[in-house]
Design a protein around this ligand. Structure first.
Ligand SMILES: *[C@@H]1O[C@H](CO)[C@@H](O)[C@H](O)[C@H]1NC(C)=O
Length: 222
């Protein structure tokens, strides 16, 4: 449920077709080996719905970078941040969030919507939309409409144990990285937290991403 979802044809496949079409037969094999070196960079974003730094990152870094770099990355959103779950004596699960109950509600809503959005592009659009609103916890219906998602499905997930389970999974994912997170948002490349890369990403996400690409595409120098 927190997988990288669907994505467009990998960059390498595009190049493969191009190279095969334009190279003399004898040189094909060597060229093909070179161009398949680029793998998509796996980027995981650990964030919170009401966190101003998360809002800034999504709007100023992630969204513009996605515009040009989508073919080179897989993005995974984990809306949990510094939240924590607890359990009442009757077994009911409760979440505590850095910016209060509204943030918990916004995180759960995003977990639900993300689980229902099958393309990374629609996920980026949705998260950007929600994080742009002054009250992300209430932005659901409007942003769902923008990506063609039926908000009733989100609501159904939100009200049921499914929403709770998605947030518990997000908590586990987050704890695997660092417990508690030192800073929100935290950006992780290929499942490995590196403090310097994290710091660089907040100022220049595209630059930090490009450093992970073996053969940086022209978009990296724009
Ligand atoms: C990215 O994630 C996919 C799917 O989990 C994996 O197959 C691939 O090896 C990862 N890429 C890198 C560069 O770690």
């Amino acid at each position: 449920m927190f997988g990288y979802g669907m994505s467009a044809t990998p960059r390498a496949a595009f190049l493969l077709v191009f190279v095969l079409g334009s190279m003399p037969a004898g040189q094909q094999q060597e060229q093909v080996q070179q161009v398949t070196v680029n793998e998509r960079v796996n980027v995981s974003l650990y964030y919170e719905s009401l966190c101003p730094d998360s809002v800034r990152f999504v709007i100023n870094q992630l969204q513009p970078t996605w515009q040009s770099m989508a073919p080179y990355m897989n993005i995974r959103f984990i809306p949990f941040g510094k939240s924590a779950s607890g359990k009442y004596s009757d077994g009911t699960i409760v979440f505590f969030c850095q910016h209060g109950p509204k943030e918990c509600s916004g995180n759960k809503m995003q977990s639900c919507a993300l689980s229902l959005l099958s393309t990374q592009d629609s996920q980026v659009q949705f998260v950007t939309c929600v994080m742009s609103k002054s009250d992300p916890s209430l932005a659901g219906p409007q942003c769902a409409a923008q990506v063609g998602l039926n908000y009733q499905d989100v609501e159904q997930c939100y009200q049921s144990s499914q929403g709770t389970n998605l947030q518990l999974a997000a908590e586990q994912e987050t704890n695997k990285i660092r417990r508690p997170l030192r800073f929100v948002p935290t950006v992780v490349y290929n499942d490995h937290l590196d403090q310097r890369k994290q710091d660089d990403s907040l100022d220049d996400f595209k630059g930090a991403l490009c450093k992970h690409i073996a053969q940086p595409p022209p978009e990296c120098s724009e």
